[in-house]
Design a protein around this ligand. Structure first.
Ligand code: AMP
Length: 629
């Protein structure tokens, strides 16, 4: 079938199409209704059906391929390597589930994971899924304040963490950050389960903290049956940044997510049971949820969990792993490839890559030179794919499992099945024409696998995503895009204040709030500025309470360092601005709105355009001077 007909059927015969895809996973009890859309924009998929993500990712393969590899863990940071077959993975997940059950965790309870890339993180996610507990993984690069706000929102019964992670040979202790976060949070988790890697000694809080290794010994032989869940029960929440300072808990279901992932493995990633999938992301991001843990395993593939960077011990490490584990499908981010592009290209040809069919890249715009360089260097197709934490799987890409549609440099591809994608005029809500810029929107219902709501806040879900386009209730991605006459989309950047640093999505407001917590700062603005390596970096402009504090270059430098350290401490190094400039005032409209787009334009050396609403044009001059000075 051609992609266009496939796509058309998914929209016009939604029930028929998705009922068919539901056969890609195993159900304990069949569903009654494919879609309940009686309360738009809330979509309920596979109503009444009972299934379980852990069953579909692990138990299911005990029958057909118990000894096939399921998980390869490689840490080039610590030198550890461990591999688990489906049967072994099953044992570890059941043990983890037994520990959690013993700590009183059950259906609907939240478990927050703050973990490095170690197998226990995957065990914990799958154990939650097994028990019907809701996991909330917080990226290990986030620091105490980010973590505290997520603890308060998720209100977990249990936190699972580890002594430390490691990056670029540097041990990053997690426990002190976690202890500080729990201190800051209003909600106190009852228990903290600690995986001790022996990297960073830590203090245990009596009565709260428990060691994983000892508990695992106690539960070695326990059996924990799968808890069958109604398809619309919650599998997990995952926090993501938006335009306000408070992160949103993107909430996902069970059945719809399992079907969406299984379908994407078949039609988009084209992976087969027994093969190996290598995704270089982190379990703290949605890509890690969908394509390190759940997707490949649901597809019966072995997945690689890699703690390390693309450059250590040498720039050939990713390809060495492809060769060693006979990887067929690989998934990475454009930034990782741009990092490699600075190295000797011969690193791409030193390993046997004959197993590799396709390299998928996502998370940020993929520029043509980078796509061309890696595709030619590997001699393999590179497939860009565009999606969001909210959707859980690709919105735009090509689906070679349906049709071998050619890719086009600079474009992530076409609308995927299930997504009724439109480009709409920001103000009128009308559809824009071919080659015209519009907001990338999706006519609801959103397909299976997409967010159900914002955790604990249905009203915010509707208000945030479904009211920004006037006159119609459509889902906004908050990305600009254009479509060419052949249906290929091109993404042109965000319509809101979200920035994308090396594929990491950050809210400028969160960074502004963090900087403003320093007593020297009166107010500040953070914008995303184009960067050749990371796509974008955050750049801050701060107004000081006492301008004398930025009197000379030395004072400015010291204060800039201090402010960066505040962000490091509160939010984590991922959010640290590349520069903090000091200005006497920020350019604002007469109604007091900071003109972030004008600041961004100046920071990128562009003309800020006509600014008729500006309160005081001298503020722009100050920004210009700060940038050149
Ligand atoms: P996240 O929710 O962290 O995955 O970030 C989603 C955002 O990243 C999207 O709204 C886009 O702005 C950007 N993004 C993700 N994938 C792509 C891609 N393939 N091309 C361009 N932008 C992308």
């Amino acid at each position: 079938m051609d992609l266009e007909s496939f796509h058309r059927r998914s929209i016009e015969d939604r029930d028929g199409f998705w009922a068919e895809q539901a056969g890609l996973i195993e159900w304990h009890k069949p569903f009654g209704k494919v879609l309940d859309y009686s309360r738009p924009p809330f979509a309920r998929w596979y109503v009444g059906g009972e299934t379980n993500l852990c069953h579909n990712a692990v138990d299911r393969y005990l029958r057909t391929q118990p000894d096939a590899p399921a998980l390869h863990f490689i840490s080039t940071e610590t030198g550890e390597e461990r591999s688990y077959s489906f049967a072994q993975l099953h044992r570890e997940v059941v043990r983890m589930a037994a520990i959690m059950r013993g700590l009183g965790v059950g259906r609907g309870d939240r478990v927050l994971l703050y973990m490095p890339m170690i197998p226990e993180a995957a065990f914990a996610m799958l154990a939650c899924a097994r028990l019907g507990a809701i996991h909330s993984v917080v990226f290990g690069g986030f620091a105490s304040r980010s973590l505290a706000s997520r603890i308060d929102d998720a209100r977990p019964k249990l936190v699972v963490s580890a002594d430390a992670g490691s990056r670029n040979g540097r041990v990053i202790a997690y426990k002190p950050l976690l202890d500080t976060a729990i201190g800051l949070a209003a909600h106190k988790p009852e228990r903290v389960l600690m995986v001790d890697r022996g990297l960073a000694p830590f203090e245990s809080v009596a009565g709260r903290d428990l060691g994983y290794a000892a508990l695992r010994e106690q539960h070695l032989g326990d059996d924990v049956p799968v808890t069958w869940l109604e398809s619309n029960e919650i599998s997990y929440t995952l926090y993501t940044s938006g335009t306000t300072g408070s992160p949103k808990g993107v909430q996902r279901d069970v059945g719809g997510y399992a079907v969406a992932l299984a379908a994407s493995m078949k039609y988009i990633f084209c992976g087969n049971p027994g093969e190996t999938y290598f995704c270089t992301s982190d379990i703290g991001w949605v890509v890690g949820h969908s394509y390190i843990v759940y997707g490949p395993l649901i597809g019966g593939m072995a997945t690689i969990l890699y703690e390390g960077t693309p450059l250590r011990p040498d720039p050939g490490i990713l390809w060495q792993l492809v060769e060693r584990h006979r990887v067929s499908v690989m998934f990475s981010a454009p930034t990782a490839i741009r990092v490699l592009k600075k190295q000797d290209p011969s690193w791409l040809s030193r390993h046997d890559l004959s197993s590799l069919r396709t390299l998928f890249l996502a998370g940020e715009p993929l520029d043509e030179p980078t796509a061309r360089w890696i595709s030619e260097g590997l001699g393999r197709p590179v497939i860009d794919n565009y999606w969001q934490t909210e959707t859980g799987w690709p919105i735009l890409t090509v689906a070679h499992g349906v049709e071998k549609t050619p890719t086009r440099f600079g474009s992530p591809g076409k609308a995927m099945y299930g997504y009724d994608v439109r480009l709409l005029h920001e103000q009128t809500g009308e559809e824009v024409g071919t080659n015209e810029k519009g907001v990338v929107a999706i006519v609801p219902p959103l397909p299976p696998g997409c967010m159900q709501t914002i955790w604990g806040d249905d009203e915010r879900f509707v208000r945030t995503y479904f009211t920004s386009i006037p006159g119609r209730q459509v889902y906004s991605t908050f990305d600009w895009g254009v479509r060419d006459p052949d249906g290929y989309y091109f993404i042109l950047g965000r319509t809101d204040d979200v920035i994308n640093v090396a594929g990491h999505r950050l809210g400028t407001r969160e960074i502004e709030e963090s900087l403003s917590s320093h007593q020297a700062v009166a107010e500040c603005a953070v914008v995303g500025v184009a960067d050749a390596l990371k796509g974008q970096v955050a750049v801050a402009f701060a107004v000081l309470r006492d301008p004398a504090q930025a009197q000379d270059a030395r004072a400015r430098e010291a204060l800039e360092g201090e402010l960066m350290a505040v962000v490091d401490r509160q939010l984590g190094a991922v959010a640290r601005p590349a520069r903090v400039h000091f200005v006497g005032m920020l350019p604002k409209t007469r109604s007091g709105k900071v003109l972030r787009r004008a600041i961004q334009a100046l920071s990128e050396g562009r003309d800020p355009g006509e600014l008729t609403t500006i309160e005081d044009p001298a503020a722009l001059e100050q920004v210009r001077e700060a940038l050149t000075g």
